[in-house]
Design a protein around this ligand. Sequence first.
Ligand code: ADE
Length: 256
Amino acid sequence: MQFEVFTLLPEVFPSYLETSIIKRARERGLIHVRVHNIRDYTHDKHHMTDDTPYGGGGGMVMKPEPIFEAIETVLGLNAEPTQPKPESNIPIIMLTPQGRVFNQSIAQELSQHEHIVLICGRYEGIDERIREHLVTDEISIGDYVLTGGELPALILIDAISRFLPDVLGDPTGAQDDSHAMGLLEYPHYTRPPEFRGWKIPEVLLSGAHAKIDKWRREQALLRTFKKRPDMLEKAELTKEDKKFLERLKSEVKSEK
Ligand code: ADE
């Protein structure tokens, strides 16, 4: 999988990309990340990438020419100036708080592509023609505003890469994650079995795999019920799950 990142702050990326699982995935050729400086595609003396907004008002707006040129050059799309969106099935994603809100299923969907473009916005905004004639998708990482799209781009690269074969040491890793099954993950414990008097749940020492699976499923349901009840509406639930949840609900009612 190849990521092409377009940014005005390329120096933000190396430290994260050269660490841990993402570093190993890059070294093993499972993912490739190329970071392109939008400023390299300016032709004026001051290398301007932004300008004041038409109609007045505060802030600066990212200019269209350098971003179009950068992406068309890197993707080898030589669009005529009058031609709308260059023909390509590569997603050209703008990171913006106006986009659809990123989640695990969007990460999985994007992991099916071999090539993805990520544009990191800065300043107050971007010229609307970039959105209309270049970008094919807009993604937000949540309902808050950051100073730019660099952290969101890293978040997408990380979450998408985890779905690619062999990126995680444990091949079932991505399937068991919180959110993967539409539920939060069950609690984990490791040695020692007792720490400051706090013991791990007995069942985990039993060696009875069916019992452990049942306990984990119920814990995942319990956690989701307590912390993210909204997720239960979309989760795939078995008859047993539904029964367990009914019991939880009636327990809560009787506590009130
Ligand atoms: N740029 C600024 N804020 C953002 C957000 N919440 N998501 C994606 N890109 C952004």
